[in-house]
Design a protein around this ligand. Structure first.
Ligand code: ADP
Ligand code: MG
Length: 322
């Protein structure tokens, strides 16, 4: 449906999106995930033809978004980060205006108005001023305008930002329903958000695509690493000596604490028996192991690690500052 090749966008000297290539297949819900400033909105603005790229190409349904803008744009409904709602109008007036701008004739417009207002459940507020609607309902109006013109692809930039938990659940359900007969791309800076509704996750970090896979595969790909945290009554050199002969340790971080204690953070290649070996190794050396726990890498860890926002990495960065 969408093919992005070597997309780069520079604002002056700042590169917001860098050499992005990916494909969007028909009929799936995709999540564009990344922290604030990662380049999500810039990417979406280019995909929808609202912004020109510095380099690279985007084709939508085989049409180049710049060369054949009209054909390409017909296939896309877009809810930008800040939807251009006319606050002093009613949803009915606003959607009528948008439908006319999209070139719908009167009968077709009437039919589609009923359809999109039904799908987004705003029929009951069709004649109230948009400014008096809750944020959740305003967002529904924004989604309704994206649906006008029956586009095959729906692109939603942070559709649940600023909503309360009940509204988030309602909008998620709406997105799942849309996903049944549309290709949907939504962006979010919150992992749980995309995990809840998306079949494929694209992770953006500093304008670069750092991963693109199903949530399950992402977890599998990185699940090989299990971390073990322990606290031992031993000196740093003793801890290193005790752990040195053990296999399956792929990373080691020892920190000296108070009262002759050491905190140790181990990364392993997933071998569960390592805990037993660690226990007996400390026991043979007659050093007390006061605490030991294991943690499987979660999708959250993967996201933080890939986007360079991992708390452990941040600790290291802070320590590097004199
Ligand atoms: P996201 O949507 O992931 O938060 P954006 O695409 O909005 O990220 O922004 C990516 C980067 O580009 C940020 O560093 C942002 O400050 C910068 N940026 C976005 N829009 C502009 C603009 N119009 N002019 C200059 N820099 C911009
Ligand atoms: Mg954004």
């Amino acid at each position: 449906m969408i093919e992005v090749k070597h997309l780069t966008k520079r604002y002056g000297t700042h590169t917001a999106v860098s050499d992005l290539s990916f494909q969007i297949e028909k009929g799936q819900i995709y999540g564009l995930l990344g922290p604030n400033g990662a380049g999500k909105s810039t990417t979406m603005n280019i995909l929808t033809g609202c912004l020109a790229a510095s380099e690279g190409t985007v084709t939508v349904g085989g049409h180049d978004i710049f060369e054949e803008a009209a054909q390409a744009k017909k296939l896309i409904g877009y809810l930008p980060e800040r939807p251009p709602l006319y606050l002093d109008r009613t949803p009915m007036e606003y959607l009528t205006f948008v439908g006319q701008a999209k070139g719908l004739g009167k009968d077709e417009l009437d039919r589609q108005l009923g359809q999109v207002m039904g799908a987004t459940q705003i029929t009951g507020v069709a004649h109230r001023l948009i400014k008096n609607l809750s944020k959740g309902y305003q967002q529904r109006v924004g989604i309704a305008q994206a649906l006008l013109g029956s586009p095959k692809i729906i692109i939603l930039d942070e559709p649940t930002v600023g909503l309360d938990p009940k509204q988030i659940i309602e909008i998620r359900d709406l997105i799942r329903t849309l996903g049944k007969d549309h290709t949907v791309i939504l962006s979010s800076h919150i992992l749980s958000e995309v995990q809840a509704v998306c079949q494929t996750i694209l992770i953006l970090s500093k304008g670069r695509l750092v991963a693109c896979d199903t949530p399950e595969n992402l977890e599998k790909r990185f699940a090989g690493t299990t971390s073990v945290e322990l606290v031992a009554e031993a000196a740093e050199w003793e801890v290193c000596q005790i752990l040195e002969p053990l296999e399956h340790i792929t990373g080691l971080d020892v920190r000296v604490g108070d009262g002759g204690l050491c905190s140790v953070f181990l990364e392993t290649d997933g071998a569960q028996e390592l805990c037993r070996e660690v226990f007996f190794a400390f026991s043979r050396a007659e050093r007390a192991l006061l605490h030991m726990s294991t943690a499987q890498t979660s999708l959250e860890d993967i996201f933080l690690e890939l986007t360079g926002e991992s708390p452990r990495l941040q600790d290291e960065r802070e320590e590097a500052v004199p």
